[in-house]
Design a protein around this ligand. Structure first.
Ligand SMILES: Cc1cc2nc3c(=O)[nH]c(=O)nc-3n(C[C@H](O)[C@H](O)[C@H](O)COP(=O)(O)OP(=O)(O)OC[C@H]3O[C@@H](n4cnc5c(N)ncnc54)[C@H](O)[C@@H]3O)c2cc1C
Length: 462
């Protein structure tokens, strides 16, 4: 019998499995798809993987990845890895680099246990890291974090394409536009996560899977967990969709907290307060993904961010907010491999008014192709649509509640000790033996591996 069952083989499940197996535990990992990696296989940017995870799992060296080129509809391009002309950029970048360690310190350990009488040391440590910045930088951090990202960047930068290119990836997963209060915190969070060298996304999934196998984890793919079994208030194992029971005294669920608490458990074993906390987690996905074959495109780079300016992003968010198909050319993130372009679309609401019908899919595809045509010469002269995944398809294929890629929106009230709630942010649950460890738990998603690592440590430290 396994000591621990991990439900879900996304990157957090893999990190947790390898960490526990390396510590001598017998671990079985159950993944309902035919391969492990989860949403990780859709990545465009692997640069936020935690250096601690890399070290703990002994992952191979990161390989250099090409820098992002921003491109607007007037044909202007800006290499974000090259020299940036904007007179305020160097100062802004210097300040962000200066405060990064204080921010990163909030992500490295479990969320402070502010709801109990537990030792206040972790809370004090987190506060001290910010205090050590000095009065001026600390005040600037406290002032800027709750502001709108557009206001904050506009205090420093002039170039509208640069501002949009910097803020766009931070808004992914937030259900916010650049003029939404607290959106600056999302950019600070993204910057805090960027500590390593970029890691090619395809290599990342393979390296994680190898580390897990090397550590001796038993991996079962095609294993759809229908239920986490609880007997007398304590975990007894799981039951697969085909009725097969698998026993273990500990289950670490690396699928989203909403799914875990509301779908995988018998409602009678979940305390009412906990169920309510799970119900109110916001998970409104806004992301679609297309694969296009484009012969004859003159790509300005292999990693592109197609955005005009912050107003363009705000209008795109207006579409999301009003649950409608794009009325402005969708902002896009594009990864180019030969003549294949993989495209992430940032303004595709999961809760589309009228639903994701065939007509809606066609309209989205046309809007994406139109957006590409404006920014990349020749991209749509000979274009073939290879694949369209709406947020509803992503939800279905990867088990994402609300189509949300991070199992919980990134927003100040859903971060730190509130991710996903004060009771659940420290990996334990009111059910003895049940732990949580997906991106829906502190310190959140996308790719960092920290929730999986910290959940594994919580089990080892019991
Ligand atoms: C299109 C797209 C692009 C993205 N790009 C980036 C990016 O460039 N950079 C970035 O940092 N983040 C990105 N993200 C977000 C990031 O990929 C996710 O936040 C992260 O992968 C989540 O990891 P996870 O391990 O917590 O969960 P998941 O990857 O969702 O893993 C959960 C796993 O559990 C499995 N599962 C679900 N239910 C069951 C069950 N009942 N039984 C067994 N198994 C089950 C699922 O199949 C899945 O494999 C992107 C997301 C999407 C959708």
């Amino acid at each position: 019998m396994a000591d621990i069952i991990i439900v879900g083989g996304g990157h957090n499940g893999l990190v947790a499995a390898a960490t526990l197996a390396k510590a001598g535990r017998r671990v079985t990992l159950l993944e309902r798809r035919e391969n492990v990696g989860g949403v990780c296989e859709l990545l465009m940017d692997g640069s936020t993987l935690s250096p601690e995870v890399v070290k703990a799992l002994g992952l191979g060296a990161a390989e250099a990845v090409p820098s992002v080129v921003a491109a607007d509809s007037e044909g202007r391009t800006l290499d974000l890895g090259g020299a940036i002309d904007d007179p305020g950029y160097a100062g802004w970048r210097r300040w962000v680099d200066q405060v990064r360690p204080a921010l990163a310190a909030q992500l490295d350990g479990p969320a402070p246990d502010i709801g109990s009488t537990a030792p206040l040391m972790p809370l004090a440590k987190a506060g001290l890291a910010v205090r050590k910045l000095g009065k001026k930088d600390m005040m600037e951090l406290l002032r800027s974090a709750p502001s709108c990202v557009n206001d904050w960047l506009s205090e420093h930068l002039e170039d509208e394409l640069l501002k949009a290119a910097l803020m766009a990836p931070a808004l992914h997963g937030t259900w916010m536009g650049p003029r939404s209060p607290t959106s600056a915190a999302s950019l600070l969070l993204l910057e805090a996560c960027r500590r390593g060298v970029g890691r090619a996304p395809a290599a990342l999934a393979t390296q994680l899977a190898e580390a897990v196998r090397g550590a001796g984890v038993e991996i079962e793919t095609g294993a759809d967990v229908a239920r986490i079994r609880v007997e007398g208030g304590t975990v007894a194992g799981v039951e697969l969709a085909d009725g097969t029971p698998i026993d273990a005294p500990i289950v670490l669920s690396a699928v989203g907290p909403k799914t875990t608490l509301l779908n995988l458990l018998d409602p009678r074993v979940v305390p009412g307060k906990t169920a309510h906390q799970a119900e109110v987690i916001r998970v409104r996905g806004t992301l679609a993904r297309l694969k296009l074959e484009c012969d004859g495109a003159q790509w300005p780079g292999t990693r592109l961010r197609i955005v005009d300016d912050p107003l363009h992003l705000e209008r795109a968010f207006d579409d999301v907010k009003h649950r409608r198909l794009p009325t402005v050319p969708p902002p896009l993130e594009v990864l180019v491999d030969g003549n294949i372009a993989t495209v992430n679309v940032w303004n595709a609401p999961f809760e589309l008014d009228g639903g994701w019908t065939g007509d809606a899919r066609t309209a989205l595809t046309d809007a994406v192709v139109g957006s590409l045509a404006r920014a990349v010469p020749g991209a749509t002269d000979a274009v073939r649509v290879v694949e369209v995944m709406t947020p509803a398809d992503l939800a279905q294929e990867y088990g994402l509640w609300g189509g949300h890629p991070m199992h919980g929106e990134l927003a100040l009230d859903q971060l730190g000790p509130m991710r996903p709630s004060m009771q659940l942010s420290r990996y334990t649950t009111p059910i003895k033996g049940l732990f949580l460890g997906s991106s829906g738990i502190h310190p959140g998603g996308g790719i960092s591996g920290r929730p999986g690592l910290l959940a594994a440590k919580a089990i080892l430290g019991r």
